[in-house]
Every structure is written in C-alpha cells, then in structure tokens.
Design a protein around this ligand. Sequence first.
Ligand SMILES: [Zn+2]
Length: 396
Amino acid sequence: MCVQSDNRAVTALFRVFGGSGGICVAEACRHTEFRGMHAGELLLLAVWFPLAVYVAMVEWLSRHVALAAGLLLAIPACFITLSFLPYVLGARTPANQWRMWLGVGLAWALFHWNAGGVAGFFAWGWIALCGLNLVAFILLVFGRSLARVGTPGVIWRFLVLLEFHLFAIAAGWWWGWSWAVAGGAVIAAVFCWVVLRPGNQWLGQVTCRTGDRSIRLTIDDGPDPHDTPVLLDLLDRHRIKAVFFMIGWKVAAHPELVREVLRRGHEIGNHTMNHPQASFWCAGPWRTRREILECQEVIDKVAGVKPRWFRAPVGHRNLFTHPIAGMLGLKVMAWNRRGFDTLGSDPDKALSRILPKLGPGDIVLVHEGTPVATEVLSGVLEGIDRLRLGLDDIIP
Ligand SMILES: [Zn+2]
C-alpha cells in the first residue's frame, strides 16, 4: 500500500521521534514532502480510524435503534462512511481524508469525552490524536523556521528562546516561582545539551558521516608551520585527501602553507577566525558572524577559494551558527571518530579511541599543532590502509 501524503506534520513527528535517529527537524520536514507517510501513520489510518468510526457507529445506533442493531448495522455503516464520506466531502487525497477524520473525530469526541466505557476511551483517543497533530504541526512550523538563513533565522531563534523563557515566567506567575526556576533550569539544560554536543541536529543539519563508503579525514586547527608540511607529505605517501579546517589568524600568518595545502589537492574548511573554544557556544549573533565571516574572507583573500564547510571550535555551535553559516553558503560538519589527541601526549591512546571502530562512512577528526600530530595522523592513515578501501573511496 503506497500512500502519498502531504500531511507532513504527523509524518515529521514520526520521522523525528520514530527511530530515524539523529535526523534534524528541518531535514525531517524536507524529507517527508517526498517520501509520503510513515508506517506508524499508516497503521493509525488503517486500524484506529476504522475502529474508532465503528465504535462511534455502534454507540450511536445502539442508542437510537437497539444494541443488536447497532452491532450489526455498524459494519456496513462504517464501511459506507469510510469509503464514501471523504469523497462526498471532497477529501479525495489521503491527507485531506486524514484531516477530515481528525475533524469529525474531534467533534464526536468533544461530545463524548465524559461518556466513560469504550466510547469514552475512543473519545480520549481522538482528543490525544488531535493533540499529537497539534504538537506535530507546531514542530513542523518550528522545523521550517530553523531552515531560515541570515537575519530572519537569527531573529527567529532569538524569539524562540525568548518565548521559552516567557513560558517559564508564566508558569512561575501561575503556579509559584519555583516553577519558573525549574523551567529556567530545563531550558538551560536543553540549551547545553544541544550546543555542547557536536553532532546534535536540533539546531540544524550537521554532517557527521560521509553518507557513502568513503572515509573523510579532517585535520583541525592549522595551518601550523611545523606540522602542516609533515602531514602533507604523509597524506601524499598514502595518497589520501583531507579537509583542513583552518583558523583565520593562522591562515593570515602562514598564507604559503594554505596555498600548498590546496596545491596538493586537499580542501580547506572554515574553523572561525580566532577559535574561541571556551565561549563560542554562548556567543551572540554579531560575534558569531564576525568569527565565521572574517575566516571566510581571509581564506578567500589568501588562497582564492571560499570554503564550503564550517566546523565550530571543539564542535560547540551556538544558537545562531546555522543561519549565519547558511547565509555564507557554508554547511556544518562535525565528526563521528576522534581520539581526543589535544588532551594527552600519548598517541597510542588517541589511536585506540579511533581505530578499533573505524569503518566506511566515518568522518575522522585529528588535530595539527599538537605534540602527537604526526604519530596520530600516521596511525590513522595506516589504519585506513589496513581497511583495504579502494583509494578512490577515500577522496572526500
Ligand atoms: Zn579546533
């Protein structure tokens, strides 16, 4: 059964919470426009709707005719209603039928919410279903709004944050200020969860895997006069291309290294102007824009290329990163394999965090400018060689 639907609200809800895992809200909404209904939604349409209509019919007929008649007549009545009513009312597409049944069901449920028994159960089911649709609709609008870039996107995110705080204040006003404090704590916890986790997709799309069988090597925090030439030779020896996420001020200090990286066929990504790793997660829109834009401009000036990838310092994006990066034509990239090579002086320890699970589709993060940069990259390259991937696969 293939049902095309533009009932994107509920489908989006299923996609976000229905096990697709890690898909961002905006992406979910985009996908659902093309992929039709989710299996859970189909199940609701196929089971709940006929059952609920049947119970409504039995309830109505047994009250106005007789219980036996109700039980008998409800099946054909249900069939006729389900089959023809949508067409009589002009709801010919599955989505319009869905909306129609929701409306009819809600109208019926509002008269039966305190009926008790089976009818009451189904009435509450309808009300819950409509509530679910409302939540999904809000989510859909929210998801769409997250896809906005530039100033409208920044203003919208600011308003959403303000709105959440107003909800917390309203809760405090009505139920006591401890509720406002609890609300504020929840907002802060969710905010930290979202911005401090590099792969979190709630604020916008973050690329954490290559999407195919290739492995993408990403080298952060350069260029470095000591490491970059050595790493380039290592990469050449293994015939592997990487993405160098460079810091703007280092680009300005070592322009010849930037051009050499490009000359050897690697790609350059934007890693902010100053790498403010302790404070980028809570930076405002102006500072975020300045950090990303200045880095973009200095790379363009020095090397004549505009990066297409952005990576936040230590992966900590802030509320405004996505609309600003999007405005500058940048996509946000994180990683799914890293060895915390900036924390220690033991390359084996870093490699033990990367290599055992390394496989096709991975995006690996290593750093330059650390005491272990050469050993770590060398180990990762040997690991990739051992995986016997076709060399063409490795090119980003
Ligand atoms: Zn970095």
